[in-house]
Design a protein around this ligand. Structure first.
Ligand code: PLP
Length: 420
């Protein structure tokens, strides 16, 4: 869209100025997955505002958003009902000497919504919840070994960080690995843990960066449940990324598998900082014994926002709407790719899609696609699963597909330059 280029002089954008200032006072200019080195060319690092399914960067350029703040935004940015609930709570208090009434109400909401849940506890970040689940499982079983899928992301704490800088082997001493969806390797890890098996920790589906997304097979899900039952260990599902987007009851409910403990965060308060652990009565006593707390864990505003989010997600079939929008995007991308003679692979649930290009080991095509689509008003990601929200409507998807058509042209250009 021409309105984008008109607003921005190529040299001194606000984004570039902020990057230069950040480089002096923030290590590396930015931490973790948001470090500028990881962004496709032309991607902004800094954002100014958002509404519905649109985000605006600090230079005033607007995009149809397919990252939804990397998951937290489920209903759309600044959803009016959630905002009203949060603002009403903020008017009476947020960070008090202890929790408000809203904490009990929210725990009741989770217990009513999630079939496996007999209780709920609240934290701030997904990593608080995954770490809490592991600690509760160890406290409840009196054992140490935790089985995790190789390459799965459970947060950035030392025991689960994808980086090794500053991490000791002792931090991960009692983790054993298996391949997601591979029952044999799961069984081998279970055998290796033997009598010391505390828990199997799995994400709701396989969403490792840069590789095709994989839904769990029914066989794998039931094998994980059976192994935990046989060993009296805990099955922990990490729903931090998937929670409320796929199924409000829990992502494995449709497979007929319920966890003992479940970690939630990201979408549960539509952008407000909140995490939750839900669990069954087998682990209630252990959850009582473990000393878990945080200065901001009682924040009432996020809990009020979460109550509104849960209510809307249940009443309006948010997963169903997002799925339909995701299908429209998927079908549109498939059509554009085939019209341009470009081989792509789309994977994952439509609510959290990923598009990868064939023969693209360094993601050069993916980045070229994203950069060109961005210039035309769509914010995609080349390697990480994307997120749709309830605010996306058919017209937004169609607008993004128009932007995507420029992305495919950029890939054709790249291919012809490379003589492919
Ligand atoms: C984001 C994420 C986490 C960590 O959540 P934070 O809020 O970043 O601590 C854990 N597990 C999964 C599957 C995630 O996607």
């Amino acid at each position: 869209m021409t309105k984008h280029t008109a607003l921005v002089s190529e040299t001194q954008t606000m984004d570039a100025m902020l990057r230069a200032r950040a480089a002096r006072v923030v290590p590396g200019g930015m931490w973790g997955h948001l470090n500028a080195a990881r962004l496709p060319e032309g991607y902004p690092q800094f954002f100014a505002s958002a509404e519905g399914c649109r985000v605006r960067d600090v230079d005033g350029r607007e995009y149809v958003d397919f990252m939804c703040s990397w998951g937290p935004v489920l209903l759309g940015h600044r959803h009016p009902v959630v905002q009203a609930a949060a603002e009403a709570q903020a008017a009476s208090g947020d960070c008090l000497n202890g929790p408000g009434e809203v904490m009990v109400e929210l725990a009741e909401d989770f217990v009513a919504m999630v079939p496996h849940a007999d209780w709920a506890m609240f934290q701030k970040n997904g990593g608080d919840a995954t770490t809490g689940c592991v600690t509760i499982a160890r406290a409840g079983t009196g054992r140490r070994k935790v089985l995790v899928a190789r390459g799965s992301y459970h947060g950035a704490l030392p025991w689960c960080s994808p980086s090794v800088a500053g991490v000791t082997t002792e931090d991960r001493a009692h983790l054993l690995h298996f391949e997601y969806n591979d029952v044999e390797s799961l069984q081998a890890a279970v055998n290796e843990a033997g009598k010391d098996l505390a828990a199997i920790l799995v994400t709701a589906f396989r969403h490792d960066m840069g590789r095709d997304l994989e839904l769990p097979t029914r066989e794998f899900a039931h094998a994980a449940r059976a192994a935990c039952d046989a060993a009296a260990a805990a099955l922990i599902i990490d729903e931090v990324r998937t929670g409320l987007r796929l199924d409000t009851r829990g992502s494995w409910e449709a497979l007929g598998v319920r966890p003992d403990l479940c970690a939630w965060s990201k979408a549960i308060a539509n952008g407000y900082a909140l995490a939750a652990i839900t669990g069954n009565d087998r682990f209630r006593e252990a959850a009582t014994k473990v000393f878990m707390t945080g200065s901001f864990w009682c924040g009432a505003v996020a809990m009020a926002a979460s109550r509104a989010t849960l209510r809307i997600a249940r009443v309006t079939d948010v997963p169903g709407h997002i799925r339909a929008m995701g299908m429209r995007l998927r079908e549109g991308l498939a059509l554009l790719a085939s019209q341009n003679g470009i081989a792509i692979r789309q994977s994952g649930p439509p609510q959290m899609p990923l598009m990868l290009f064939d023969a693209d080991p360094d993601a050069a095509k993916g980045r070229a696609f994203c950069s060109a689509a961005l210039r035309h008003g769509a914010f995609f990601h080349p390697q990480h699963n994307m997120f749709l929200s309830a605010a996306h409507q058919a017209a937004d998807i169609d607008e993004a597909l128009e932007a995507a058509s420029h992305g495919f042209k950029a890939v054709l250009d790249l291919n012809s330059r490379a003589g492919r």
